[in-house]
Design a protein around this ligand. Structure first.
Ligand SMILES: Nc1ncnc2c1ncn2[C@@H]1O[C@H](COP(=O)(O)OP(=O)(O)O)[C@@H](O)[C@H]1O
Ligand SMILES: [Mg+2]
Length: 367
């Protein structure tokens, strides 16, 4: 059967969002808060596949509905400043019309956008990013249009990110009506960041995306599958939801393979579920586990490999024993990995894997 319901790929918006009402409400409220208040700068943190990109797109729609001029989610990169300016100009072009500027012949576009008319814009081009952004926000604000900027994949010590944060702080100082949201992995806010960026992000309204609730996932599966004419029992739906371990991406993958493995006229049973989970896990290990490990140091991986030999959780004494290391050494790596969102601490002295199937992936790699 062809799957037209599930969207197991990064950044691909689902037909409907599961959970996340809290963070969506907080974002709505933040748009109503005073310009310059802490809520106007938000930081979304979540593991890979937890729906950061999808939420930024949702936020873009919400901000547009609230009358904001929105620069849709822009990934941190060399050309991020230019992209932000371009996006704001494109979305708010009706408020930018400046009849005093001269038209030039030849290739025709409006401020570089669309099939309009090329306006001489050389002054703008020579200005710094901060002043270009401030100028454009000023124009929008004067027309009673607040501005919202959404930044995805915040990571590392990035000069463009630093520039944007400086520009934002200056605009706040100038009383501009602007909102900004950053999204990144939990490790994005780590000491590798430039001090200034780090201080700013640490002061922002920080929202960590939790795993989705099993009952919400079960409800979603039941609804989507039955609405699409597939028959499935409640206990299978519950088992499928448990297998996702709360990961939205895994939820999409398992849903996708349930549909692909569905045989017309049959009930989705344990056999179909097992097949779907197996296929989904394979994809998940390749797309998430492998990439998670690639971003860690050799020592981090040694620590995780040691952990994996004990199952999904172990004690710190297990680790110092197997690695033959000091408690202080083990604590350092424990902190690093908790910070990176790869492990967590269920109880005092215990640690466990926070990324689904990472333990079995590591065991397979080392068997
Ligand atoms: N709340 C949600 N409900 C349903 N599907 C979701 C949800 N959040 C994310 N997804 C799905 O999970 C996958 C990963 O989402 P994405 O936003 O790319 O994650 P991230 O940016 O955190 O790595 C996509 O297939 C997306 O459709
Ligand atoms: Mg993403």
């Amino acid at each position: 059967m062809r799957d037209t319901f599930f969207v197991p790929s990064f950044g691909n918006r689902p037909k409907s969002l599961v959970g996340r009402e809290d963070v969506i409400n907080e974002f709505r409220l933040s748009l109503q808060s005073e310009p310059g208040s802490r809520e106007r700068a938000m930081l979304l943190l979540g593991q890979r596949g937890y729906g950061k990109t999808v939420l930024l797109h949702e936020f873009a729609d919400i901000a547009k509905d609230a009358g904001f001029i929105v620069a849709s989610p822009t990934i941190v990169s060399k050309d991020m400043p230019l992209r932000i300016i371009e996006k704001l100009k494109a979305y708010g072009k009706e408020f930018l019309h400046n009849p005093t500027k001269k038209l030039t012949g030849g290739n025709i576009s409006f401020l570089g956008f669309g099939a309009g008319v090329q306006l001489q814009n050389s002054d703008d081009d020579r200005k710094s990013f901060a002043s270009q952004l401030s100028d454009i926000c000023k124009i929008f604000n004067e027309k009673n249009k607040p501005v919202c900027i959404l930044i995805d994949e915040v990571q590392g010590n990035n000069e463009e990110l630093r520039q944007l944060i400086i520009a934002y702080q200056e605009m706040v100082g100038e009383g501009r009506n602007i909102s900004i949201v950053f999204a990144g992995l939990p490790s994005a806010v780590s000491s590798v960041l430039n001090d200034h960026v780090l201080t700013f992000l640490n002061r922002a309204l920080k929202k960590e995306l939790p795993p989705l609730k099993t009952n919400e996932i079960a409800f979603y599966y039941k609804k989507v599958l039955t609405e699409s004419g597939l028959s499935v029992d409640d206990d299978i739906v519950k088992k499928a939801a448990e297998e996702t371990q709360g990961s939205p991406y895994l939820m999409q993958l398992i849903g996708h393979y349930l549909v692909l493995n569905y045989e017309t006229g049959m009930n989705i049973g344990l056999k179909t579920l097992d097949k779907a989970v197996k296929a989904a896990k394979e994809d998940f290990k390749n797309d998430i586990c492998k990439i998670t490990l690639a971003s860690l140091s050799e020592r981090d991986i040694e620590f995780l490999t040691a952990m994996s030999s004990f199952g999904s959780e172990c004690s710190m004494t297990d680790i110092t024993g197997i690695l033959n290391c000091t408690g202080a050494f083990a604590q350092t790596y424990k902190r690093r990995l908790i910070h990176a969102g790869v492990i967590d601490q269920p109880r005092r002295g215990m640690i466990r894997f926070a990324v689904p199937y990472l333990q079995s992936y590591l065991s397979e790699q080392n068997s």
